[in-house]
Design a protein around this ligand. Structure first.
Ligand SMILES: Nc1ncnc2c1ncn2[C@@H]1O[C@H](COP(=O)(O)OP(=O)(O)OP(=O)(O)O)[C@@H](O)[C@H]1O
Ligand SMILES: [Mg+2]
Length: 358
């Protein structure tokens, strides 16, 4: 089992051309769509550059980002550009499998391992031998399973449930989570040793609201796709609709944009795509402060601090920290945060404040 924590060089004569193909164009005028991944913004180009660099190695990758930001797309791109591309990419969404079943899904079982286990079952680790295992929603892994996974990552071996024979596999692990695992470690919810094993090479994906420049190209790509399904060719997107798309906050990120384009295309009779404003209603309008002026000012201050913390993902200092965004010294902001009883970690964990400050 390959679980090395340092970059593994791939011989240039690996023969499948993957290395050469994985180099990204550095010319800003080069196509902004690669392997179906729209990457007009610097942030996504950076992520794709990381993909190109890490894909040919056997290094363990952790892809992070809010729901719908393209984590699975990136995991698949890593596999496709790796020397393992002719072997399977096996995926398991650990958050979607009931806890007691995660072990059998990962490691398989022998007949009689538990009631109802009539036949041998091969787990995902064995299915992914010589390929890639994509562990989605890894932050949902129970403490028991964190220990079990750590053992495989450390020792490169495991037994099927109810089995005595040790299995050895050669598997490259790519995992993904919408959580800030570092903060989960800090809070004692995720094992630090496992975190460091999984996040040897992190690839963060920013939310769509922070890269509005990707929206036109993404929307056009989705429109071409839905147009092909509907047997129609749209003459682009109405300028007002495009402006609305770029101003929206996209809590569901790229997946939500895709749904909105499909929905709009089905409703649209015109040559250019019209996006009904009703599809883009901010679901979490800000509550209006009420009461005396002092309370209202305090409320506004708290709201601004929380929004800045949200944008800075809980970081106070630094050039993109909340203090810089608010134009105050970090020490002043720290003292206000303490006074207001705001928990910075909540913003590091990516807990949505949903426009309604707590
Ligand atoms: N940069 C991109 N270019 C083109 N399509 C994208 C891009 N990013 C995401 N998508 C599309 O958006 C949808 C959601 O992507 P994906 O399933 O990879 O997100 P995710 O981060 O894994 O979401 P979740 O956390 O909910 O599982 C998919 O249909 C994917 O093809
Ligand atoms: Mg996913």
């Amino acid at each position: 089992m390959k679980t090395k924590s340092s970059l593994v060089a791939i011989p240039s004569d690996s023969g499948n051309g993957v290395v050469a193909e994985s180099r990204l164009p550095t010319d800003p005028a080069a196509p902004a769509i690669l392997d179906g991944i729209v990457s007009r913004s610097g942030a996504v180009r950076d992520a794709l550059d990381l993909v190109a660099r890490v894909a040919p190695t056997d290094v363990t990758v952790l892809v992070t980002g809010e729901t719908g930001t393209g984590k699975e797309l990136i995991a698949r791109a890593i596999h496709r550009r790796s020397r393992r591309c002719r072997r399977p990419l096996i995926a398991l969404n650990v958050g979607a499998v009931p806890d007691p079943l995660v072990a059998t899904e990962l490691f398989g079982h022998e007949p009689g391992a538990f009631t109802g286990a009539l036949q041998r079952r091969v787990g995902r680790f064995e299915l992914a031998d010589h390929g890639t295992l994509f562990l989605d929603e890894i932050g949902e892994l129970s403490p028991e399973m964190q220990i079990a996974l750590l053992r495989v990552l450390q020792e490169g071996e495991f037994e099927r449930l109810g089995g005595i024979q040790t299995q050895h596999v050669d598997v490259r692990i790519v995992s993904a989570t919408h959580r800030d695992l570092e903060a989960e470690v800090y809070r004692g919810r995720f094992r630090a040793d496992l975190y460091y094993r999984l996040s040897v090479f992190p690839i963060p994906l920013p939310p769509l609201r922070d890269r509005a420049e990707d929206i036109p190209a993404l929307a056009e790509q989705f429109l071409r796709g839905v147009g092909a399904c509907l047997g129609r060719e749209f003459a682009g997107i109405e300028p007002e609709s495009l402006a609305r798309l770029q101003a929206f906050s996209w809590p569901g990120n790229v997946r939500e944009l895709e749904n909105v384009i499909e929905h709009s295309a089905i409703l649209c009779d015109g040559a250019q795509l019209h996006v009904p404003p009703g599809l883009l209603i901010e679901r979490h309008p800000r509550p209006r402060p009420a009461g005396p002026l002092g309370a209202a000012l305090k409320h506004s201050e708290e709201e601004m601090i929380k929004n800045a913390l949200k944008a800075a993902r809980g970081r106070v200092s630094g050039p993109s920290g909340a203090a810089a965004r608010l134009g105050v010294p970090p020490s002043t902001l720290e003292s206000k945060i303490r006074k207001l009883g705001i928990d910075k970690l909540e913003y590091r964990l990516g807990v949505p404040i949903a426009g309604a400050p707590k």
